[in-house]
Write a protein that binds this ligand. Structure first.
Ligand SMILES: Cc1cc2nc3c(=O)[nH]c(=O)nc-3n(C[C@H](O)[C@H](O)[C@H](O)COP(=O)(O)OP(=O)(O)OC[C@H]3O[C@@H](n4cnc5c(N)ncnc54)[C@H](O)[C@@H]3O)c2cc1C
Length: 443
């Protein structure tokens, strides 16, 4: 680190992109801090990482690894095109290793997508899933056409086993599986007045984290599951003790218990967030939470420092990463008259006019124009100022970027990880350019 800088790299935004970038910087020996104002999109996501669910022609992508080169060729302005297929796969492998090191492994089906069951009982293609949602063992168990019990906890508001079961039965893969539904009560749970469903996933997770009577929970599951070999529960089996809780319940019930991603707040996403932040801290990263970068000072096409709402002094770094997310996280702002990026006022790709932002159908398969809006970058992920100057030591990553549609393409998590990792690679190359190898003198 240079004496005039506080850090080699300062990252604005501690979501999936910012944390992946931070981990890659730290692993490369760079000092790194993250400033993050609020909860990231992980708290609302399924907790699975979509790399590429659909090809450019909207057909299902069986193997994202094989599909990526063609996809990039057809979408030259896509963030994946800024990274290249090789770096994207490097990034996914890196991400997997970092989570392994934090004892929070994710399941990957080699080069191919796998399908996880949604709270609606539909199947969704994805590339990485938490081990409580999908593993080789769960896949093998499903292949035997087992009896499945979909269970819920009394008073939980965000899951309807009957709906999930009805949709699952329509799928030919599950046509031969007897599927039953049931409900359990947690030990010490006081039933809500009038049978109200007033608990969210975090409430159930907290009760389970605190329970000293896992045997009673296991007993309730065994009774409700009947003859089922597999028990599916909404993803609420604890936040801090989830591995112990899941293993304990599997052991005590003799059933293969697994979790179905639920509506937000997402326990699976929160566990991922927790694992990434713990890993970041373990590697020596500085995480400044609940603070907002509200301005950046740019001189001679370089960011010199940033100002935050919570700190007296500006923060100075050699390089900066804008990983502040999309409209959802206020990394982009939309007003009646314009859209803008609030920290550096970077140049955006936006829909041509306000009218194109609205469409007749809310749930149109064409999606909405605002989703592709974002910061335009060059091949190094460097953005431009509003008047068109490239900012050489600022890199952009994740949902703040223009040129992709995570919903239609099934690539939200993948873009965050790939561009976060690619930004770290570019920073490392900028701060420590490869030295020319000493050439031997004439023989
Ligand atoms: C509801 C929802 C569900 C999703 N489900 C999935 C899924 O199942 N699978 C999948 O692969 N993808 C999913 N995605 C997409 C994927 O989760 C996101 O694209 C990805 O997590 C974005 O990560 P990010 O780090 O770029 O941004 P974010 O997660 O949005 O993080 C940005 C962070 O920056 C902070 N921030 C913003 N401005 C500032 C500032 N000025 N100063 C300091 N901090 C700032 C924000 O508070 C936030 O914490 C989902 C997205 C949403 C919104």
């Amino acid at each position: 680190m240079n004496e005039s800088h506080d850090y080699d790299c300062l990252i604005i935004g501690g979501g999936l992109a910012g944390l992946t970038c931070g981990l890659a910087c730290l692993e490369a020996g760079l000092s790194c801090a993250v400033v993050s104002s609020g909860m990231s999109a992980l708290h609302f996501s399924s907790g699975s990482i979509d790399l590429l669910g659909y090809n450019a022609d909207r057909t299902l992508a069986t193997s994202p690894v094989d599909a990526l080169p063609g996809f990039i060729e057809k979408n030259p302005d896509h963030p994946y095109a800024r990274c290249g297929a090789e770096t994207i796969m490097e990034a996914m492998a890196f991400f997997g290793r970092e989570l392994e090191a934090q004892s929070a492994p994710m399941y990957a089906n080699g080069r191919e997508n796998h399908f996880h069951i949604t709270a609606m009982g539909t199947l969704k293609p994805t590339f990485l899933s938490p081990a409580s949602v999908f593993t080789r063992e769960i896949r093998a168990a499903f292949e035997k056409r087992p009896a499945i019990a979909i269970l819920d906890v009394k008073g939980f508001r965000d899951f309807h086993p009957g709906l999930a079961a009805a949709n699952l039965r329509k799928n030919k893969l599950f046509a031969d599986c007897p599927i039953t539904c049931g409900e359990i009560e947690l030990p010490g749970q006081t039933p809500a007045a009038g049978g109200a469903r007033d608990m969210r996933s975090v409430d159930v997770a907290r009760i389970l984290d605190a329970t000293t009577n896992l045997e009673a929970v296991a007993g309730a599951i065994t009774a409700a599951a009947g003859r089922a070999d597999i028990v599916a529960l909404p993803a609420f089996l604890g936040l801090n003790r989830y591995q112990e809780i899941l293993a304990g319940l599997r052991r005590a019930t003799g059933r293969l218990i697994y979790e179905i991603p639920t509506l937000p707040p997402s326990i699976l996403g929160m566990r991922l967030d927790q694992a990434l932040k713990s890993r970041f801290a373990a590697l020596g990263g500085v995480f400044i939470a609940r603070d907002t970068v509200d301005a950046g000072r740019i001189e001679d096409n370089q960011v010199i420092s940033v100002h935050t709402t919570g700190q007296k002094d500006d923060i100075r770094a050699a390089c900066y990463v804008l990983a502040s997310g999309s409209f959802f996280s206020k990394g982009l702002v939309s007003r009646y008259d314009r859209m803008f990026e609030p920290v550096f006022d970077c140049r955006l790709d936006t829909p041509p006019d306000g009218r194109s932002l609205s469409g007749a159908a809310f749930l149109s398969p064409e999606s909405h124009a605002f989703i592709r809006a974002g910061v335009i970058t060059d091949g190094q992920l460097n953005p431009q100022t509003a008047d068109g100057r490239t900012i050489a030591n600022l890199f952009c990553a994740g949902a703040v970027l223009a040129g992709y549609n995570p919903v239609i393409e099934g690539c939200g998590g993948g873009v965050a990880i790939a561009t976060g990792y690619a930004a770290a690679k570019a920073i490392r190359a900028r701060l420590h350019p490869p030295q020319p190898t000493a050439t031997a003198g004439p023989q």
